[in-house]
Design a protein around this ligand. Sequence first.
Ligand SMILES: Cc1ncc(COP(=O)(O)O)c(C=O)c1O
Length: 375
Amino acid sequence: MEFHKVSDYHPPKFASSLAFAPSKRVRLAALPTPLHKWNLPGIPDDLHLYIKRDDLTGNILSGNKVRKLEFLLADALEKGCRSVITCGSFNSNCCRATAVAATQLGLDCHLLLRSKNMTLSVKDTKQHTKDPGNLLPSIFCGSQLYFVPFDSDFELDVREREERLAKCIEQSTGKPAYRMPIGGTDSTGVFGYIEAWNELMSQEGFNKIHDIFVATGTGGTLIGLCIGNYLTGQKIKLHGISVSFDKDYYHDHANVILQELNVTERRSEDLVDIIDDYIGGGYRKSPLDDHYFLQEVASSTGIFCDPVYTGKALIGMLAEMKTNPSRFQGKNVMFIDTGGTLGLYDGRMQTCLNGTFNKLAHTWEDKSGDPQPIN
Ligand SMILES: Cc1ncc(COP(=O)(O)O)c(C=O)c1O
């Protein structure tokens, strides 16, 4: 399949009983992503950890959202849209990925971002652009940014704004605007991870896996995996570590999508184990201890987890391994690295970074002298 070209999509055989499948797909992600062993310190001796590297679906356009965008943006192009609208938090990975993918496909991108700072005078601009994280790619790609109050409800008032914006865009361009759901989670987007399941089934080592862990936000990633697991009869135990919403939110949304797709014999509650004990202070809130832990993971294995998603999921998985081994179905556990690395660059790692920098950095002004540690 050629990059950036919209092609006909035929779902895997196991998905043929689903009520719906997208008719088109556009290749955006670098696939297949590797699946390999992960020698992470601190894993109990009798467990074997594997990692699926969905952080490697691309570079700036990377992470789990790219898989969903292959179906959502193909749908947008099929519907004759020339622009896409989506929403998320101020530093959303999904918004960043949408901005980059839209640009690659020649679509205009409009992002509604929940922000604590609504004054936005030119002076405040510095505040937003100092540690931009995911915002940098969205700005470089020329996306229009609309800051909405931080506590806006996505289902209610953000949706209303999106409708209004879609009307304005249609009036001014003469073309419809594609409204993408938050997190790319709907019955089209979940095909990203139904296809990922298909990819996993052909990868060496996957047949040994007993348990899978993944960070869960809007749920589309896990719902796709859950459908793949169920329809192929693999019976792997799927655990979603929630980073924002509680169990009930996940299952309510998942059950709607399962119904839409005609997976009616089983409820989401029977198919996945949602663990909502590691949300901590809330979505996007991460304590300093987590930052030091992520640094340790990077320095011991060379793999970078982000503080909002993969870091929380990893911390939750390790805690469950130690305190709740009966939750696991077997000894071979796979962690899906869903990406989000740009979250490390939003300024929050400053304290942790400064301390370590001071231990590592030397000055070496005079070439005939020795390097001197900084103090
Ligand atoms: C890096 C990362 N991991 C995991 C998730 C959760 O994916 P989902 O919303 O499909 O549950 C997200 C969602 O934004 C994400 O950005």
